[in-house]
Write a protein that binds this ligand. Sequence first.
Ligand code: KG4
Ligand code: ZN
Length: 392
Amino acid sequence: MAIVGLPASGRLIAPRALYADGSTYYWPRAMSEYLVLGLESSCDDTAAAVIRVCGGEREILSDVTRAQYDRHADYGGVVPEIAARAHVERIDGIVEQALDNSGRTFSDLDAIAATAGPGLIGGVMVGLTSAKAIAIAHGKRLIPVNHLEGHALSVRMSEEVGFPYLLLLVSGGHTQLIEVSGVGAYRRLGTTIDDAAGEAFDKSAKLLGLRQPGGPQIEAAAEKGDAGRFDFPKPLARREGCDFSLAGLKTALRLAAEAIDNPSGSDIADLAASFQSALAAHLSDRTERAMASLSGGGPRTLVVAGGVAANGEIRRRLAALADSRKWRLVIPPAKYCTDNGAMIAWAGIERLRLGLVSPVEETLGFAPRARWPLAEPIPGRELGGGKKGPKA
Ligand code: KG4
Ligand code: ZN
């Protein structure tokens, strides 16, 4: 909603903005300083972080993440009920640790931001409910954050990146191309029509008898392999648009593996290398299409986020692509590419400083969402329409 009035500048005793409908938004303390706690629990990481922003300065005062690989190792994937139970056991301790490490207390905070979706609903409920309890107990603002917005904006927490930019989000739950024009201004150019990239890595690792999480294991195995030995298909090669499809690659890998009697270590390495190369080529091909569709006054910065952005082969391909098109490529440090509490706190701060936050009486009623698309697809750019793929 448009802000129609701002208080006079100078020292603000009760800073506020007046909205068109007559409602007001009160800025905490001075207009430019914010201290926000962020909670993340939408998949298999329980995370909390405290961020302070003052003017142009940003400081991650604490950032605590606890993964659950050990709990899910026997199942070859994240089991929602087990994940939710682990979040319940851990969230209070993680929040306490994040506050302790930051040297601040609940009363110092301006707001609590929490992932409110999309994700595994049990986990999202745990984090959001904890955030609501803290907001009520300490009289603080609550900011429900879209997990995808957390990923979309997180680069701005650690790097100097202005709008607009093209985001390639590649994680265990998401594979999307998004044009980010501002806070809350997102256009989805493409998404996966089946598996997410990280999911394809994890499932393929399981097929090859490798440990979880599968991405780093496939990458390590691929180092010794011959990427040219197996000619895996190029997904959606003849289809228009920027959508991804990764399930076919996984099937091709399974068929190739099944055709080998007692695969040796070097067979596994060749399979891993061929799979990784085909997947990286697909990501790069779709990203190039998105870049081409945006040329002429659009973004010239490509940002990559999500756990899969750690992959060296994918980074190399995207670096070559950005170079060939004279785009800037920005990949934040790995710890901010994967799920973390800091990106949720940061998204809260980005919204808070633009006044894009509803009053706490409203946000306390916000229900967790298993699905919550960040942006609607653009007609004609994607194959078909509507939601697709995991957690679209
Ligand atoms: O973003 P993330 O930490 O969690 C979410 O899914 O939201 O991403 C985890 C995914 C896993 O599927 C993991 O296998 C993949 O990222 N991953 C990798 C690599 N490191 C992590 N995939 C390929 N290569 C890697 N080096
Ligand atoms: Zn994520």
